[in-house]
Design a protein around this ligand. Structure first.
Ligand code: GLU
Length: 479
């Protein structure tokens, strides 16, 4: 293993978001390219926001898309524990060390005092910030108050003048004036660290060589840089990855539709397609190539081709990759995948035979159900008006269907070609457009206007199940 160690650090506050998968994917690719390690670290210091089952969703979702990692809460590793709430003594000791050295200080301000301070700042039109009330307390006196058990937080002593800056691998040089940064809380009064403290300590102690995370964390970076500085630690290279945006340019969220991996899965997106598509949200290989599997991405993905502008979510493009992936599946695999999306009661040999008919037509695997349901149930419900082509009457449609029934009854062999010729012959004799007759038969036999190729469908359905459906349709039109 090389010294490359990257991490993804989800907070278990909900289901796995598609944007987190993209960020994790880039970390994964980088780790693989460098024979490095990918670490999963759970950032659960904000205990109020925890959601039961969130970690399972993260594990399931990442496994489903094919991302694997080397160290984590369930796999262990040399740098554990990998869950922040199990590392509290570490953070507390490090915070104490900063207080000892003067880089941080205890703050005893009450909630009430902070609230009224903020109110006054707001009234003066200022951006609210901690007024550094406790910063000038005499250290020995402060230590005594801590020793007596007085409630307090630990705050970073942020220098008053100067700037803090980073050369981000995606965003380039970014600078922040120190004047704009308040004395942030590092350790809360309940002994839990803030994200700002824990993330820096963990990245350092876990020997993370590169920090790649979502763009939304860029505003936190100056705070992290100050913590690194306070400890005298080297700052690893950082890359902030552009947000995944909705079509309206706002960060992708519920308002835009599905955002969780499990939703895409439930709708019948294939993990390969999702990965292919996600890789391209924020990265472009600079060539025409657009279809990649994860192995190919490991070969060609490069951090310096990650774009700064947020990647727009484009459902049509995802559908495009989903279609490509579905069409590339070998027959057995296609059947196996479709089987997850249709009732277990559906006859498997019929499903095997039917799958190739819809391979070209599915947008998602979820479409299989509606496209094939007519084969697995004889109870069709549809509006009889759908049987009747434009500019045709009900009665003549009933006649046409009756004639088609004769074709079906006597087709020999009972094959697509024979049926096709027979039906076209009926259309010719009646002076109908063939397409109109096919549509009437399609509705009669499947109950739908969008189906697999018609004559192949009739063959699968079989003569004995097709005839009653045609007869019933003709009857419906005669009443
Ligand atoms: N815990 C943060 C999250 O939920 C990760 C921040 C980071 O990667 O530094 O996304």
């Amino acid at each position: 293993m090389s010294s490359v160690r990257v991490r993804f650090a989800p907070s278990p506050t909900g289901s796995l978001h598609i944007g987190s998968v993209r960020t994790t994917l880039y970390n994964y690719l980088f780790a693989k390219q460098n024979q490095g390690a990918l670490v999963l670290r759970v950032e659960d210091t904000d205990q109020e926001r925890l959601v039961a089952g969130a970690l399972d969703s993260i594990y399931d979702g990442l496994r489903w898309v094919g991302i694997t990692w080397d160290e984590g809460p369930r796999e262990g590793g040399a740098f554990g524990p990998y869950v922040q709430s199990e590392r509290l003594p570490l953070y507390q000791a490090h915070a104490a060390q900063l207080v000892q050295g003067g880089a941080a200080y205890p703050c005893f301000c009450s909630k009430e005092r902070l609230a009224s301070m903020r109110q006054q700042q707001q009234a003066r039109g200022e951006i609210t910030h901690y007024d550094r009330h406790c910063r000038s307390l005499e250290p020995a006196r402060a230590a005594e108050r801590v020793a007596t058990g007085e409630a307090h937080v630990i705050r970073l002593r942020v220098p008053e003048e100067g700037i803090v800056a980073i050369d981000d691998l995606v965003f380039g040089r970014v600078e922040w004036p120190l004047r704009a940064i308040e004395d942030q809380v590092l350790l809360k009064s309940d002994g839990f660290p803030t994200y700002q403290l824990a993330v820096v300590i963990d990245d350092h102690l876990m020997k993370i060589s590169h920090v790649f995370r979502g763009e939304e964390w860029l505003p936190s970076t100056p705070k992290h840089l100050l913590v690194y500085e306070a400890f005298g630690w080297d700052v690893p290279p950082h890359a902030h990855l552009p947000n995944v945006l909705g079509a309206d340019g706002k960060k992708l969220s519920k308002r835009h539709g599905a955002t969780f991996v499990e939703e895409f899965r439930a709708q019948g997106y294939l993990p390969e397609a999702l990965i292919n598509y996600l890789a391209l949200v924020g990265w472009s290989p600079g060539t025409e190539e657009e279809v990649f599997d994860i192995a190919r991405l490991i070969q060609i993905w490069r951090m310096d081709q990650v774009q700064r502008a947020g990647g727009r979510w484009d459902r049509d493009r995802l559908d495009h990759f989903n279609g490509i992936t579905i069409r590339a599946l070998a027959h057995d695999e296609l059947v196996r995948r479709i089987a997850e999306y249709v009732p277990a009661s559906w006859d498997r040999s019929l499903l095997r035979a039917a799958a190739p008919l819809i391979q070209e037509r599915m947008r998602t695997l979820g479409d299989a159900h509606d496209l094939l349901a007519f084969l697995f149930s004889d109870e069709l419900t549809y509006d009889p008006a759908l049987l009747v082509p434009k500019k045709r009457e009900r009665a003549e449609t009933a006649t046409a269907l009756a004639r088609a029934t004769v074709v079906v009854r006597y087709a020999d062999p009972f094959e697509a070609g024979t049926l096709e010729r027979g039906i076209r012959g009926v259309a010719d004799e009646l002076g109908w457009k063939a397409g109109d007759l096919f549509m009437a038969i399609r509705v009669a036999v499947t109950g739908r206007t969008v189906t697999p190729p018609l004559t192949e469908s009739l063959v699968l359905l079989g003569r004995d199940r097709t005839i009653p459906r045609l007869e019933r349709a003709a009857n419906l039109l005669e009443v």
